[in-house]
Write a protein that binds this ligand. Structure first.
Ligand SMILES: Nc1nc2c(c(=O)[nH]1)N[C@H]1C(S)=C(S)[C@@H](COP(=O)(O)OP(=O)(O)OC[C@H]3O[C@@H](n4cnc5c(=O)[nH]c(N)nc54)[C@H](O)[C@@H]3O)O[C@H]1N2
Ligand SMILES: Nc1nc2c(c(=O)[nH]1)N[C@H]1C(S)=C(S)[C@@H](COP(=O)(O)OP(=O)(O)OC[C@H]3O[C@@H](n4cnc5c(=O)[nH]c(N)nc54)[C@H](O)[C@@H]3O)O[C@H]1N2
Ligand code: SF4
Ligand SMILES: [Mo]
Length: 766
């Protein structure tokens, strides 16, 4: 039986954490008393950002109640229900830690003064020797807009370094690049509630039922209205099991399939010619390019029967209003930008963008994955989706920040490129906040060597992550409900996070830590904030006039409207739920068709590595698992990783369900349980990525990246499956070369030299 098919039993959510800690939950003594306060807020986990109330008793968060927001309608998923158990969790970091006795030493308790002074002293030393860019910031998007904005400013103004990037690089940067290029704006074009108006749903590379569970209610309602569902996924996910058509595609081949769809739409005479003429440019090149993908050719590349490709193209092409939703299944690819452009081409040819319920969209993953990519914590970006190379943008933001424009650093390295710079010694210290690199970056043996080169590696987290374990200084930060702020959900709806309690022990709010660091760097005058609200009000101004204009979004307006969609340029504006109704965001108002052709993934299966290995998520865990592996109920449902394998492959290799097996790639090897299931292609293996150390699938993944946006190819590499009882390999895998700067380009495909063209070719935003 598949672990991920289990249904959620809410009564078990109250198991709290006995299993992992043996300690009774905080607030247990008060279990017979009613909470004295209900704080309205939103979930800290995925991009849906469901409304919830936190129950507060005697100043502690003791429970959760559903809250009706327009998009979640009072629902919560298993993660949302137990999110609050992080707050008083016994494993919270409550005081700073410093590694004493050098790199081999232990993390020991320190005072804030000692920890911060040490960090600032080392940063000053390093920057004096090597220049400001030798210190980098690696940030994340599970934090509020206020904090994400602050991290970009802290890197550029506090540290005066150009190196700041964030974990969105690993997430949907390919979608962002494609939408910016084709449509001029990188945001979901419609509110989730528009799904009710959709007449056909095409989901490409998303396990929506497990990753955006609460969004499913809109999908079910669309289906009740008669909308057919087409799912493209190498696995028969919970979503695919209910689809009208499931297209079990070979990982990494989506461009061929999507181009074949468009070719079929053209041959069936279903192109919206007038829309194409009036609202787009570049159609002829796309029309010609897709001619090379008749269904039989696509079948050979993608492994999906030609008849099914034709059936799906017709189902999609004949619908008056259709919506394509895609996620990391196509975006985590060395051709991630092309994959998204192929979806956009299809929707444009059908004249869908701008229609209520129509178009194409990425399903943004992290809680603030949308806001986090607009506020200026990206290597080439300034607040409001402004571009760091644009003289006007630089001047405007420098003025808001109060620095001379000449002091504004230029573009820095992408998160995936930083690894190489760390290994080479160009980056000598890094401040990591809201990211767990040791679990989330591909080929983590190389990542470990790179971050062990840092001195100091500084991590701000609230639980000791696998990355914090390697840090020289660990600073205890806050969980979401210990501070106020905003997040922007996957629709582009800005919502308000409210404070329910204070950080425990000596832990501090993240923004207070950053401002303290800035002060000790002698840059305190640029970080004079007393509250998150002051940071927000500055961000509103910094974003004013940008693509992502937040100026009109005040905390009060968010409360009054229960969410505001950007762009919202004035105090009077109610915000913009639907985009592109009249024009696209390019200066001429027209969308760009961009022709894309199929190119194989970086590593194709064959020879000793016959399987396609793909990776992803399960409903019970969140990202690197540093949070959810500590929550008893969630962890009890999925306590360790497994590899999904089709019965035919299992039979061929003599593998039984639940048997421990070895999965090997050219990067590494791991042992885990086999889950024999028909819900996967026979040539494909799937492993969830939420686990650390020897259980991390990123020991195996390939560090190849999309040449323009640098997103890793998490969804496809070549792998071998071995029985553990089998005799040891006759020929063990060759040992990994030791890293030297000379072989860096080979070991680190993130090397800038391997870009196919200049970064900005993909679109202004990239
Ligand atoms: N429970 C849970 N929910 C989450 C998260 C979490 O960690 N746990 N994380 C959040 C975040 S940050 C993100 S980015 C989203 C991710 O949300 P999703 O993208 O929906 O999730 P994934 O599991 O990464 O991958 C989606 C699907 O892609 C399929 N796939 C693999 N390779 C290919 C391919 O080549 N082509 C196609 N068409 N499909 C392929 C996989 O089989 C998988 O079912 O989820 C968000 N929500
Ligand atoms: N093989 C494989 N690898 C993947 C993926 C995949 O599908 N397959 N998916 C990729 C994707 S889409 C993503 S988004 C990345 C995510 O990768 P990461 O961002 O590295 O994963 P998280 O678990 O979100 O890490 C966040 C860390 O910050 C902490 N944290 C959370 N919120 C806050 C906060 O407000 N303040 C502070 N100070 N700390 C906080 C958490 O405890 C956690 O340790 O992983 C990527 N890696
Ligand atoms: S669907 Fe996402 S936001 Fe909603 S409760 Fe679940 S994890 Fe939280
Ligand atoms: Mo993500």
């Amino acid at each position: 039986m598949s672990v991920n098919k289990d249904f959620f039993d809410p009564t078990r959510a109250f198991n709290y954490d006995f299993q992992s800690t043996g300690a009774p939950p905080t607030g247990w003594e008060g279990a017979d008393r009613l909470p004295e306060n209900l704080v309205p807020t939103h979930c800290c986990f995925c991009g849906v950002q469901c409304g919830m109330y936190l129950e507060v008793l005697d100043g502690s968060v003791v429970g959760v109640q559903p809250r009706f927001s327009p998009h979640n309608q009072g629902s919560l998923c298993p993660k949302g229900v137990v999110a609050y158990q992080q707050v008083g969790h016994p494993a919270r970091l409550t005081y700073p830690l410093i590694r004493r006795g050098g790199k081999g030493g232990r993390l020991e308790r320190a005072t804030w003064d000692e920890a911060l002074d040490y960090v600032v002293h080392r940063w000053q030393e390093i920057q004096a020797q090597q220049g400001p860019d030798a210190v980098a910031v690696y940030s994340g998007s599970s934090m509020t807009n206020e904090k994400c904005y602050l991290m970009g400013k802290f890197a550029r103004v506090g540290l005066r370094s150009r190196h700041v990037d964030y974990n969105g690089r690993l997430c949907m940067s390919s979608a962002a690049g494609a939408y910016a290029k084709a449509l001029g704006i990188d945001r979901c074009p419609l509110p989730m509630t528009d799904l009710l108006l959709t007449e056909c749903l095409l989901v490409v590379g998303s396990n929506m039922a497990e990753c955006f569970p609460v969004m499913m209610q809109w999908l079910w309602r669309a289906r009740d209205n008669g909308a057919p569902l087409i799912v493209v996924d190498p696995r028969q996910t919970a979503l695919a099991r209910t689809a009208d058509l499931w297209l079990p595609i070979k990982s990494g081949t989506d461009v061929a399939l999507l181009n074949a769809f468009l070719r079929q739409v053209i041959h069936d005479g279903l192109v919206d010619e007038e829309y194409v003429r009036q609202r787009t440019v570049g159609w002829e090149a796309v029309r010609e390019a897709v001619e090379a993908y008749p269904p039989e050719v696509a079948e050979r590349i993608c492994g999906v029967p030609a008849e099914r490709i034709i059936a799906a193209a017709r189902l999609y092409g004949r619908a008056n209003r259709s919506l394509i939703m895609h996620a990391r299944g196509i975006e985590h690819s060395t051709h991630g930008v092309d994959n998204c452009l192929a979806c956009i081409n299809l929707a444009l040819a059908r004249g869908q963008f701008g229609k209520p319920g129509g178009g194409a969209t990425m399903l943004t993953g992290q809680g603030n994955g949308q806001g986090g990519r607009e506020v200026g914590q990206k290597a080439n970006q300034l607040p409001g989706y402004r571009h760091i190379d644009d003289p006007e943008d630089r001047t405007y933001v420098a003025k808001v920040w109060g620095i001379p424009v000449e002091e504004m650093p230029g573009e820095g390295a992408a998160a995936t490129e930083m690894v190489r710079l760390m290994a080479e010694g160009q980056i000598r210290s890094c401040l990591v906040i809201c990211s767990n690199l040791m679990v989330s970056l591909p080929d983590n043996a190389v990542v470990q060597r790179a971050i062990e080169n840092l001195d100091p590696l500084v991590v701000i987290d609230f639980f000791l992550s696998e990355t914090a374990e390697l840090a020289d200084v660990v600073l205890p930060g806050n969980v979401w409900c210990e501070d106020e702020g905003t997040t922007t959900n996957l629709e582009g709806r800005v919502v308000k996070i409210n404070q329910a309690t204070n950080p425990p022990g000596e832990a501090r709010r993240d923004w207070e830590i950053i401002c303290d660091l800035a002060r000790r760097l002698g840059r305190g005058q640029f970080f004079p904030y007393h509250s998150a609200r002051e940071i927000w009000d500055e961000y509103r101004v910094a974003s004013k006039g940008g693509v992502a204009d937040y100026f009109g979004i005040t905390y009060e307006k968010i409360d009054a409207q229960d969410g505001v969609f950007w762009p919202c340029p004035t105090l009077e504006s109610p915000g913009t739920p639907r985009l592109f109704t009249e024009r696209f965001a390019h200066p001429d108002g027209k969308a760009r068709f961009v022709a894309v052709t199929y190119q194989p993934p970086a590593e194709e299966p064959g020879g000793d590595f016959p399987f396609r290995l793909t990776t992803g998520r399960v409903v019970y865990h969140y990202l690197s698992g540093n949070q959810t592996r500590r929550l008893g109920f969630l962890n009890s449902q999925a306590p360790e990783p497994w590899v999904e394998i089709h019965p035919r492959a299992a039979q061929y290799l003599g593998i039984q369900n639940e048997e421990r097996v070895r999965v090997r790639t050219r990067r590494g090897v791991m042992e885990l349980k086999a889950l024999v299931t028909e819900a996967i292609r026979p040539d494909t293996l799937f492993i969830p990525f939420h686990y650390g150390h020897r259980e991390a699938v990123n020991q195996l993944t390939i560090p190849a990246v999309d040449p323009t946006v640098k997103i890793p190819e998490y969804k496809e590499c070549a792998a071998r499956l071995e029985r553990i009882e089998a005799p040891p390999e006759a020929e063990p895998a060759p040992p990994r070369e030791n890293f030297t700067p000379a072989n860096a380009p080979k070991m680190f495909p993130y090397a800038r030299g391997e870009r196919k063209g200049p970064v900005k070719e993909v679109g202004k935003e990239f």
